[in-house]
Design a protein around this ligand. Sequence first.
Ligand code: FAD
Ligand code: SF4
Ligand code: SF4
Length: 372
Amino acid sequence: MAKFDTFNDPFDFHIRTLPEPNPDIQTLRVYTNEGVITKFSNLSYDTYEVVITCPEGSHQLNARAGQYGTIKVEGMQKPRSYSFAKTPELENPNEYTFFIRLVEGGEFSGWLAEKNREGEKVQVSGPMGKFGLDDSNKTMVCIAGGSGMSAINALVEQVSVQGIARDCYFFYGARTQKDLYLIDELNALAGKWPGGKLFKFIPVLSEELEDSDWAGPRGFVTQHVKEQYLDKGVVTSDDIKAFFCGPPPMIDHGVKVLEEAGLSMSDIYYDKFEDARSPAPVIDNQKCVLCDECLMAKPIKNCIVEATNFKVSDGEVTSFERVNPGHTSGLYYNSLFIDETECIRCYACIDACPHEAISPAYAHVPKILREL
Ligand SMILES: Cc1cc2nc3c(=O)[nH]c(=O)nc-3n(C[C@H](O)[C@H](O)[C@H](O)COP(=O)(O)OP(=O)(O)OC[C@H]3O[C@@H](n4cnc5c(N)ncnc54)[C@H](O)[C@@H]3O)c2cc1C
Ligand code: SF4
Ligand code: SF4
């Protein structure tokens, strides 16, 4: 296959070097299926197990354990992102299981929690995200907070069903005993963990009443890992891989703790459960080569659009014009642009972009490449 290193603008506008195409990109292509909620049950008072079944013959989402999808219901403007909560080996074909926690004032989770949603029609898209198991046999230090249980549960299930022999500590941060679920199932994994290796499930409670009957560890889960496991040498930084999933502050603290303990970022894998409060990513249109990979990965229609004639105020785009892709080419008349009001912060486009052209850190104002 011909290797192309440079892109020559026919108008000699600029010349740039292209990075090598990433062969994994294909796995990030997102498919959308119509489905029906076929199971709806409480895992705890505020967390639900939801199984979505798609018709036979629909496109398999082919997610790996650790990846996520989006769910949309009719009448709601935007879908929401949810991690696949089971390893695909334990799902029936065309079935997808999610653990969804009620967020106060949340539109989607509020709708879900209103009543038993079995029989409701939904759209499910995926797979998204790069989070997942590495291929080493180092000790796994898994840390999940709140609904981050979903992705880590899928990960440990994967290790168990695939018979991968490696030690695993699974720390779960919750507020109180009533927030705990899957305790029996996770403890039972220890007895059937592959290769005679160790599996330990360790719930850590941050808001359990002092005088309750809870005999397990208390405090913040990441602090517990530091004080009781890293500082005491129960696990050592040269022999572990860390997997985090849950709210951004927990992950930020966990990464800091592990880095201070000597772990390098290449040994830390995480999936932050961003939400409506997180920043939308921005496309740097000088890095973008219009390869369209982000368009194949986006879960919703109008989050990434071809646009021009940006009006800018205080460093933010206040309005823009959509360009009809049938009649022009964004490359010459400006750019692909992320419409913040449509974006659901799934970050699938960031993972899919082979040219590092998308990041929440980039300047919000597109460069004017060429006037329309
Ligand atoms: C990659 C990824 C995977 C995810 N996986 C899961 C999962 O497996 N299970 C799960 O339950 N959730 C998961 N989430 C979070 C999920 O996508 C939604 O953000 C969450 O369910 C809230 O949606 P909502 O429609 O109910 O709230 P929204 O209507 O989006 O938000 C309503 C209000 O609540 C605030 N808010 C939103 N989320 C939170 C929060 N967590 N804590 C406090 N305030 C909040 C918002 O700022 C807003 O003011 C994941 C997110 C990402 C990015
Ligand atoms: S932003 Fe990235 S993925 Fe999207 S078209 Fe541009 S280069 Fe391709
Ligand atoms: S712009 Fe990117 S982060 Fe936003 S919804 Fe689309 S794919 Fe997801």
